[in-house]
Design a binder for this molecule. Structure first.
Ligand code: ZN
Length: 139
C-alpha cells in the first residue's frame, strides 16, 4: 500500500519543480521578479504559469492567475494544490488568493524560494480568512 506521507512529499516535489521551471517563462522586465506557478487540478493535470508584465503596469498579471485561468479555460474547476516559486519565497497577492478562492478554500498553497525551499504549505483558507466566496451571492 502506498504511504500517503510519501506520496504527499512526492507530489510537493513535482509541483515545486514545475513552479521553478515555469519561472523561465516570466516576462518581468520592470520588477525583475520572475514568478512561476504550478497548479494541480482534480483531474491530475498540472497547469503552469509565469508572471507577464506590461509597460502599463496595472495590465500585468501574476503567475498564479495565468495558471488558474489556463486551467479553467481547459474545463478545470477544482484544484488540489498550487506551488508558487519566487526568488525569496514571496507570498501570493490578494488578487490571486481571491481568484483561487472562487474554486475552493481547500487548495493547498506551497510557497517556495528559488532553491525550492518551502516557506509555507497551508490551505488557502488560512491565507485568506473570511474569504468572499460564491456562497456570499446565494440568497
Ligand atoms: Zn498575484
Amino acid at each position: 500500500m502506498p504511504d500517503p506521507e510519501q506520496s504527499n512529499k512526492e507530489l510537493q516535489k513535482v509541483l515545486i519543480e514545475k513552479a521553478l521551471e515555469a519561472r523561465q517563462w516570466a516576462y518581468a522586465p520592470y520588477s525583475q521578479y520572475p514568478v512561476g506557478a504550478a497548479l494541480l487540478a482534480d483531474s491530475g493535470k498540472i497547469y503552469s504559469g509565469a508572471n507577464i508584465e506590461n509597460a502599463a503596469y496595472p495590465d500585468s498579471i501574476c503567475a498564479e492567475r495565468v495558471a488558474v485561468f489556463t486551467a479553467v479555460h481547459q474545463g478545470e474547476r477544482k484544484f488540489q494544490a498550487i506551488a508558487i516559486a519566487t526568488d525569496n519565497g514571496g507570498m501570493p497577492c490578494g488578487s490571486c488568493r481571491q481568484v483561487l478562492a472562487e474554486f475552493g478554500l481547500d487548495t493547498r498553497m506551497i510557497i517556495v524560494n528559488e532553491k525550492g525551499e518551502v516557506r509555507v504549505d497551508l490551505p488557502l483558507a488560512e491565507l485568506l480568512p473570511m474569504a468572499f466566496t460564491p456562497q456570499e451571492l446565494k440568497r
